[in-house]
Unconditional design. Sequence first.
Length: 204
Amino acid sequence: MEIILDKVSKRFNQDWLFKDLNYQFCTPRSYAITGANGSGKTTLLKIISGMIPCTAGQMNYRKSNESIDPDSIYKYISYVAPYMELPEELTLNEFLKFHFALKPNLEGLSSKDIAAMAALEHALNKPLHTFSSGMKQRVKLAVGIFSSTPVLLLDEPTTNFDESGISWYKEEILRAKSVKLVIISSNQSHEYDFCDHLIQLGSS
């Protein structure tokens, strides 16, 4: 999988967050996007995902040397961020079945397996609204990491995690990065210190 930025720029009102970014992301490698608050880390991640458009420039996506229609890129990407909402009226089991009916999970894994791998098997039949913020973040990461998509985009992935949550994240992301294209937006070094490449926004 390849994601290619061709002079990608983003402006809000009259202010440019970044201009003329050229970069090529490839599987299976991992990348960290860092920079000061307001430098456009989350915005760039959303542009890469296809969630929002760039102001100028072009996003190109390729798989097995064939171009992918940008309108279809969502099929290839899992996006995880602490600000994403969960359907809290569902139980964890119901949510996992719903999610993986839309975006297939890794072959051979059941909802029960995924809950166990996220250390949430005890909460499989509990409504998501009863989960702590750290448990909800585990759920979001689990559906991203254990989806069969070739691209995994993470925005501040250990938000609301204690030390055990961070350790779980590091263990699972190290597995995922060996087979996926992983891009992480963060200023917390423990979230990306394993990455192959570092992209610093806002630097001269």
